[in-house]
Design a protein. Structure first.
Length: 289
């Protein structure tokens, strides 16, 4: 094929542009020599509208070079298609997170609850609710430290690369922790009732409502502090409040079932605020290079 001087100059410009484009793709010299004629031929092709037959022939020719569908991706799509909305996704995420807690967490939490029941039924303290107000938030301390230890363990960036969002992971772990604690609370109520304790509902509120308060405060503080420090500060502050209440020199406000319900509501509000601010505060939790 021969070109006029004008056409030859235009062709040289196109060749230069093609070579530059292939260089941007990090093509080696051997690949440049192999690809350049093909790309030049495509550049010269005038083209025409593809018919259905042409499209079928093209797809048949390209089919051997298309990677086979990934069985893993197909399984993930099938699993996601089976779940029923956000609730199904939350349950599935929580199920996969259960193994992160370890057997010691489940046993220690159950042991703390058992000790609270034994002390409350033994009447070792004049105020049976006092030991429950101290032991219930201890479960919140343990749960938040275990559930959100990813930053201290150096796995936070790995968690952020997973399919669930940080908010979904946080909610799923809270469902596990609070669900288990509420289950222990139900067992505690049955044990107190079977042991002949009076005002079982009031005792349950003394155990559960401060638990929610400490959990909410710990999670909110963890947006600014390491989770160990945040949980310690929340639980330590609650113990200090209880200690002041039993000191004659500093009488505290009496903790009635109504005031304890208010504490629980404040705890739930703190949990909601922490979850809402989790996304915007995530950058603070990442390590600085």
């Amino acid at each position: 094929m021969s070109y006029t001087p004008n056409e030859s100059g235009e062709q040289d410009k196109r060749d230069t542009a093609l070579t530059a484009a292939l260089h941007e793709l990090d093509a080696t010299p051997d690949e440049l020599r192999e690809w350049a004629p093909v790309v030049r031929r495509l550049d010269e092709w005038s083209g025409h509208a593809l018919t259905a037959v042409d499209e079928g022939r093209l797809l048949a020719a390209l089919a051997p070079y298309v990677p086979a569908p990934s069985p893993v991706r197909q399984a993930i799509r099938a699993r996601m298609a089976q779940r029923s909305g956000q609730l199904g996704w939350l349950i599935e995420t929580a199920r996969t997170q259960v193994s992160l807690f370890g057997l010691d967490f489940w046993l220690v939490s159950a042991l703390i609850t058992l000790v609270g029941v034994v002390v409350a039924l033994s009447n070792a303290l004049p105020d049976q609710g006092l030991i429950l107000r101290a032991s219930g938030p201890l479960l919140a301390y343990l749960g938040t430290v275990v559930a959100f230890r990813g930053r201290e363990a150096g796995t936070l960036e790995l968690e952020l690369a997973c399919l669930p969002s940080p908010l979904q992971l946080a909610i799923a772990r809270l469902v596990i922790v609070l669900g288990y604690d509420i289950g222990l609370g139900a067992a505690l109520s049955l044990a107190l009732w079977a042991g002949g304790a009076r005002d079982v509902l009031a005792l349950l509120l003394s155990w559960l409502m401060p638990l929610l308060l400490v959990a909410g405060l710990a999670l909110l503080l963890s947006l600014r502090l390491p989770i160990q420090a945040a949980a310690s500060l929340a639980y330590g502050g609650w113990l200090a409040f209880l200690a002041i209440g039993v000191t004659p020199l500093f009488p505290a406000l009496p903790l009635t079932p109504l005031s304890e319900l208010l504490l629980g509501a404040v705890g739930l509000a703190l949990l909601a605020v922490a979850l809402l601010r989790l996304h915007t505060s995530m950058w603070r939790l990442l390590p600085i290079a």
